[in-house]
Design a binder for this molecule. Sequence first.
Ligand SMILES: [Zn+2]
Length: 569
Amino acid sequence: MLIVMMKLKKHILLILIGLFVFTSCSSTRQIMSGYRRGMDIPESAEPYPEPTARSLLLGKLTPPRTCYDVTFYDMNIDIDINSRKIAGYVDFHSKAMDNFVKLQFDLAKNMTVDEVNYKGKSLPFTREEDAVFVTFPQIKKNDSFQFRVTYHGQPVEAKQPPWDGGFVWKTDKAGRDFIGVACEGDGASLWWPNKDHPTEEPDSMAINITVPSNIMCVANGRLRETIKTDVKTTYKWFVSNPINNYNVSVNIANYAVINDTIHSITGIQPAQYYVLDYNEDVAREHFKEARDMMRSLEKFFGPFPWWDDGYKLVETPYLGMEHQSAIAYGNDFKTYDSGVRSIYGHIDYITLHETAHEWWGNNITACDGADVWLHEGFGMYTEVLYVEDRLGYPMSVHYLLEKRKGIANRRAIVGPRDEYYWGFEDSYNKGAWILHTLRNVLDDDEMFFGILYGFQQEFASQIVCTEDLVEYINSVSGQDFNAFFNQYIFDRRPPVLEFNITDNKLFYRYNGIVDGFTMPINVLVNKEEIRLQPTTTTQELNIPDYATVQIMDWEYLILKKENNMLKIN
Ligand SMILES: [Zn+2]
């Protein structure tokens, strides 16, 4: 998922506020100068949203959910475009993790459950918010069992996809249907029944979708079979890897298929691009960029995780989403402009960002929405690394400094778990900055890149929490980064570095740091790099008379604060 629209809106809002109040009030001048200056640390924290009955039912792993593990979903639905309704069934192939009689699956309350069938018999069920509780005859631990949920309804429409979830029913420039669905943060249960928790991934999944025969349906994985009649066509897609629920998606349009090849570190691999037929020529040229991105990303993180399911870019009526092996792309093939949707007029950030998620988000999936910075922070830092690979380190620092302005510091990145809270806000820009800071603290690129690569290999196709990452970094580096992450991830305030430069001394100290936090900072004194170890106690560095001093805050996420009173008595 991506953030630009929200940032843009905030930007416009700030400009409007600025225009309105500039003439009458100085506080807005402070807001404006704050925005120009970049990152700020607000005085007070913004509270996290209060949990609701729905968010607790979705967010918590309670016994009716932990009692079973889904190994395979078999989805079979018919999409009626005219009425904007879907109908069909999903088979849950599962394993009992405990003895139980009652389990919970999830489906939005506006969708009708027609039947829950087990061994040919209808089972009783009750509903509460978006949860469905089914009573089974006694199921024993380790039993394999399967049940079918037949359902229908009109799924919620997305008002502003992909930032809020739902179906998108649009038409293309030729007036033909152009349909997609995105549901990150809102939950896949808004359109299909599943155990809607980030930790639940089936080992594989069949996605069988029936649509009118004059249009095509593209979903995740490989197309195994197409069953066509004059009226309707069923597309049978199959995902042969674990997949998180929100990544399951359907795309319906008049697609042309472009076949491409990518030089992967695993050998030459085929790629497919599904684009609106009238965009075939422009897309064929534009998506050549994916070859270069893949080469960089595989170098950093190891082989693309889903070659067996394919690398597909699928044109969508919304900006983008990381849908596993079938990336949603809706950026209008814009690269060669200076708009917000490209990076330096060179790089299509949608192709790049969503492809990054195939590693960060899909291969490695966060254990809770609160930990979604593991998707977005790494996704954003992948953008930075690609800029560095393509345009050089100084450009990547410029790119980071632009992102720094978007850091809000209103809430700690990882908020409450088990409440279906998705911590998107600072997870992108600040998340990327934290990784950049970590890299400079390590001061050893071989180790830093080894950590990125190694984490991908060691935790491939797994669910991880922030603590797993910290433990991994500690073990590889032999250093203790617990306090570092307590400061940057579990506290909202980055450290403040107070400093005072006199004729021949630099005084410095940290402010606002959590217990045990230590972090070196490099400074340039007459362009010579010196590593400081600030603490909360004021320290001094002797500098030559009239030296130039630069605190390298382009390599560390700190707030510099000049304090002319700072000295050692
Ligand atoms: Zn994203």
